[in-house]
Design a protein around this ligand. Structure first.
Ligand SMILES: N[C@@H](CCC[C@H](N)C(=O)O)C(=O)O
Length: 293
């Protein structure tokens, strides 16, 4: 079959993204195609951001988000910035409104090239994370990893940005924790009926924190924008920081503002690497243009 759809291999602070142009098409990127693209080192990714024609009035596009394991995700902050950069480069437009499973997202590319995404309001009720049992205070729930009498990680905050997040607070280097071991155990813990993204956070000042994330459906990544938003909200909720913080992930810094109207604004970069064409049914692809990376 002809390689029919265009794609751009991009990243948001190292979060590996494929932006797939599915506009004008009735089909979708299949889970099989996603897994095939991820199996090729040249197109290995954390998320696919599939740009579809708009489905509701007042939006430019519907964005479908697929993790590298083929699972659907509701939100992807870094990937949304990549979509904005790609569409702004194509159209010259700078302001966009997208529909995602998490809701309607407004986004803007600034003169300096940084991109702000209104990630919407955090969901903080236990049923909205979701959790499998009631916890009245989601700022700290009963969950731990490691020896029962000396847990390595415990008492996380939980929050949803349309997708579920658990934030474990530590003192000291976030890289000192074996997230490759604890991440999948916690991601698949029965307390999370939809699984969860698992982050380790170290608050360094009242407006800065370090973050490292094991992503649901993708594993360890260099950056997770929705986790940065969930961590910023949770840090403010627990009195660890104010409502405007710099969240530094392994790939670099993100600016997160939890506005007084409850919307969370994430600002950061995006980077194009190369473009190609692919078959959304099988994941077969070919490169079209060399890029910076
Ligand atoms: N890397 C993304 C998060 C993508 C979805 C996440 N893995 C999930 O399944 O919820 C981001 O930048 O937010």
């Amino acid at each position: 079959m002809a390689l029919e759809a265009a794609f751009a291999k991009m990243n948001g602070l190292g979060n590996a993204i494929i932006v797939a142009d599915m506009r004008g098409r009735a089909d979708r990127v299949t889970p099989e195609a996603a897994r095939a693209l991820n199996a090729d080192p040249a197109t290995r990714f954390d998320q696919i951001m599939a740009i579809h024609d708009p489905r509701v009035a007042g939006t430019h596009n519907y964005i479908e988000i697929i993790n590298s394991d083929g699972s659907q995700a509701q939100a992807c902050g870094n990937g949304t910035r990549c979509v904005v950069q790609a569409l702004a480069a194509e159209t010259g437009q700078k302001v966009f409104t997208f529909q995602t499973v998490a809701g309607i997202l407004n986004a803007e590319e600034h003169e300096d090239g940084l991109i702000s995404v209104d990630m919407g309001k955090p969901r903080l009720g236990w049923q909205d994370i979701p959790l499998a049992e009631e916890f009245r205070d989601t700022r700290m729930i009963e969950l731990q990893a490691g020896p029962i009498d000396a847990p390595v990680l415990h008492s996380p905050s939980v929050a949803s940005m349309g997708n579920p997040h658990a934030i474990f607070w530590v003192e000291g280097d976030v890289n000192a924790y074996d997230l490759e071991r604890f991440g999948p155990l916690l991601e698949n813990h029965p307390i999370f009926p939809e699984r969860a993204n698992i982050s380790i956070a170290h608050v360094t000042t009242d407006n800065a924190l370090m973050l490292r994330t094991w992503e649901r459906g993708a594993g360890l990544t260099l950056a997770c924008g929705s986790a940065a938003c969930a961590a910023a909200v949770s840090a403010a909720r627990t009195g660890r920081t104010g409502r405007h913080v710099t969240v530094t992930v392994p790939g670099g810094p993100l600016d997160i503002l939890w506005r007084e109207d409850d919307h969370v604004i994430m600002t950061g970069p995006a980077e194009w690497e190369f473009s190609g064409r692919f078959d959304p049914a099988t994941g077969a692809w070919e490169r079209e243009t060399e890029g910076a990376a």
